[in-house]
Design a protein around this ligand. Structure first.
Ligand SMILES: [Cu+2]
Length: 145
């Protein structure tokens, strides 16, 4: 419940008090992994290149109840996923969200994610002065490989 309230607040801050006019983050190679019917969790990938130091701190889409920013690491042969409060983006350094590494995790999917369809995300960024901006990206759904 608490997290729901915090999420709603983040979204409110993000959408209400932010502009998406300048210093846009370049979003490329965005795609979403297709799911099988009944699967409630999905994953999305993209490459983020920010013109200045900034952080990705909130993501949402109408197709999922919530979206988390995750890291994935190998620890003695065991895959470990961790939720990040924010993903730091270094100026002009592409940060790749890809299978086996950083990714967006989609929870409580409203419908199965079918290859050929699309998912639109709102991404909220915070620069080093805590100025908030948001951008949208529409990503195609693909079968892995
Ligand atoms: Cu994950």
């Amino acid at each position: 419940m608490m997290t729901l309230i915090i999420r709603a607040l983040f979204l409110f801050l993000c959408i209400s008090f932010s502009s998406s006019v300048f210093a846009e983050v370049n979003i490329s190679d965005a795609w979403v992994r297709s799911t099988i019917p009944g699967q409630k969790v999905g994953a999305a990938y993209m490459t983020l290149t920010s013109p200045e130091d900034s952080k990705l701190f909130y993501v949402e889409t109408a197709q999922a109840g919530s979206v988390e920013i995750h890291s994935m690491t190998m620890n003695n042969g065991v895959m470990k996923m961790r939720m990040l409060d924010e993903l730091p983006l270094k100026a002009k350094q592409p940060e790749k969200l890809a299978p086996g590494g950083f990714h967006l995790m989609l929870f409580e999917l409203k419908t199965p994610l079918k290859a050929g369809e699309q998912v639109t995300f709102t991404l909220c960024f915070k620069d080093k002065n805590n100025k908030i901006t948001h951008q949208q990206v529409t990503a195609p759904i693909r079968d892995p490989n």
